[in-house]
Design a protein. Structure first.
Length: 104
């Protein structure tokens, strides 16, 4: 009989549901803090950042953060289209570096 009275008292305690809600909120807050801290475009980063989305695709985007200034570039989807003239030749060296030779 005493065991049944203890079970009834524990199930009727309203503070147990409050403790469970506090645990859930702590997990949600921790997940949000991790999401904000892992985002490279937040103001916590002091360095300049370049973020490229969909690299090599027709819908490629580039976001550049220099200090407090954000610049956003979006590809037009037309690769190799535009006016221009040949300005020089680039050579890839055996070590992987590039050498640019301008034309006169």
């Amino acid at each position: 009989m005493p065991l049944r009275l203890l079970d009834d008292l524990e199930s009727d305690d309203p503070i147990l549901s409050v403790v469970n809600l506090i645990d859930v909120f702590l997990v949600i807050i921790a997940a949000l803090l991790l999401a904000v801290a892992s985002n490279p475009m937040t103001h916590f980063w002091d360095e300049d950042i370049t973020l490229i989305r969909n690299a090599g695709q027709p819908n490629m985007e580039m976001i550049i953060k220099e200090g407090e200034v954000l610049q956003h570039y979006r590809a037009s989807g037309e690769i190799g289209v535009g006016d221009g003239i040949r300005a020089g030749i680039a050579y890839r060296m055996p070590d992987g570096s590039f050498v640019y030779v301008p034309e006169n």
